[in-house]
Ligand binder design. Structure first.
Ligand code: NDP
Ligand code: MG
Length: 381
């Protein structure tokens, strides 16, 4: 029986993680969970899974839980997320919070030698060198939940690192894949939230529409698999059937396929190196699908992808700035304060006005993250 601490329990990945736990009660126990403030979504989970510790982000949310007669220990703040991630009774951290706020919990779990199932890609983008160094030092495997990285992880099972020629990440193209750049003026939040293949949280859905999601994933892949940026490609594949691929030096290519269902990579991250039955998901039927399509990525159409490669190659604090500027810009777009295309220009400006710091410490990363968010807000005022 694995005891799980689940951060971001009320989110898209969080809820799907509880599905996996529900389907395998003999394997998994939800020991602790964290969310920000969505009590309505949290209460049914708390009633069903009866976790011992719950972490929320404000005293008001805690009061709401007590009002609802919740018996578990309720802790407040992001420091408490680290507390459950490192708790003695926890075997696995599933980090599914949105944003760089998940970083310290991930680092804490690694130092405490927990198994880490990581959906929170912002953690690796903002501080990849710290996370991977800590993982190496503590002999901890980071199991990717992101479908592309889970695919690559599966393709690399039993392979030698030196035999890898390149990684290819597939991109669905997001909500606006069939629109030209000139058609993006004035698109609404609602249009952007309408993803063709996946139902996900708001922030990552916008990231998919700007292609920043794929940019973040390139940086995530660089750190997880220790592969230089020149050897990481992205291609557009609108069906999201091939989740990603690895080409080896002998020109053999391995790919992982499946119907788009995040519960598959979530469950694999929890059961690796074993597999369990996946209940009620569709079997992949290639005959029904008939054709798969692949197209080259256009870096002018999707400047966020270009900026992510540039920030990744520059290294130091550049990816931290990229991530923080993106988180802030997307929040402004979702609040209706800026147009869709402004997301890109705010990130571009934040990057160009930042002076790179090499090999930043955790303190520096936290500082740069906060300074960047404040700067992006000031550009809009
Ligand atoms: P959601 O927005 O659906 O959920 C986010 C979760 O994090 C919620 O539980 C939310 O709580 C919580 N949260 C948000 N902000 C804070 C905060 N400041 N402190 C503590 N908790 C917070 O996001 P997703 O599930 O879509 O994505 C989560 C992560 O997984 C992201 O890093 C994303 O990139 C990654 N991912 C997601 C995929 C998907 O299919 N959704 C696919 C691959 C990766 P509350 O509900 O109370 O606000
Ligand atoms: Mg992905």
């Amino acid at each position: 029986m694995k005891h799980i601490a689940l951060l971001g329990a009320t989110g898209s990945i969080g809820i799907q993680t509880t599905d996996v736990i529900r389907n395998h009660p003999e394997e998994f126990n939800l020991f602790a969970m964290a969310f920000r403030r969505n009590v309505e979504k949290a209460l049914p989970l708390i009633r069903e899974f009866d976790p011992e510790i719950i972490v929320v982000q404000s005293e008001e949310t805690k009061a709401e839980l007590i009002e609802a007669n919740v018996q578990a220990d309720v802790l407040v703040g992001s420091v408490a997320m680290k507390e459950i991630a490192t708790h003695d009774h926890v075997d696995v951290l599933v980090n599914a919070v949105m944003g760089s706020v998940g970083l310290e919990a991930t680092l804490g779990a690694i130092e405490s030698r927990k198994q880490v199932a990581l959906a929170n890609k912002e953690t690796l983008v903002t501080a990849g060198h710290l996370v991977m160094e800590a993982a190496k030092r503590n002999g901890v495997d980071i199991l990717p939940v992101d479908s592309e990285h889970s695919a690559i992880y599966q393709c690399l099972n039993g392979e030698n690192h030196s035999d890898i020629h390149k990684l290819t990440l597939t991109a669905s193209g997001g909500s606006f894949r069939d629109k030209a750049r000139s058609e993006l003026e004035g698109v609404t939040v609602e249009d952007a939230l309408n993803h063709p293949n996946w139902s996900m949280g708001a922030k990552i859905t916008i990231d998919s529409a700007t292609m920043m999601n794929k940019g973040l994933e390139v940086i995530e892949a660089h750190w997880l698999f220790d592969i230089p940026y020149d050897d990481i490609d992205v291609i557009q594949h609108r069906e999201s059937v091939i989740h990603s691929m690895v080409e080896f030096n002998d020109k053999s290519v391995m790919a992982q396929l499946g119907t788009p269902d995040m519960r598959v990579p979530i469950q694999y991250a929890l059961t690796y190196p074993n597999r369990l039955e996946m209940k009620d998901t569709k079997t992949l039927n290639l005959v029904e699908i008939g054709k798969l399509h692949f197209e080259e990525m256009d870096f002018e159409r999707f400047p966020c992808l270009r900026m992510a490669y540039e920030a990744g190659r520059a290294g130091g604090t550049m990816p931290t700035v990229l991530n923080a500027a993106n988180e802030q810009a997307v929040a402004l777009f979702l609040e209706g304060d800026i147009d869709f295309l402004r997301i890109e220009s705010l990130i571009e400006r934040a990057l160009s006005e930042h002076e790179l710091i090499e090999r930043p410490s955790l303190e520096t990363i936290v500082e740069v993250d906060q300074e960047t968010r404040a700067r992006v807000k000031s550009y809009v005022k």
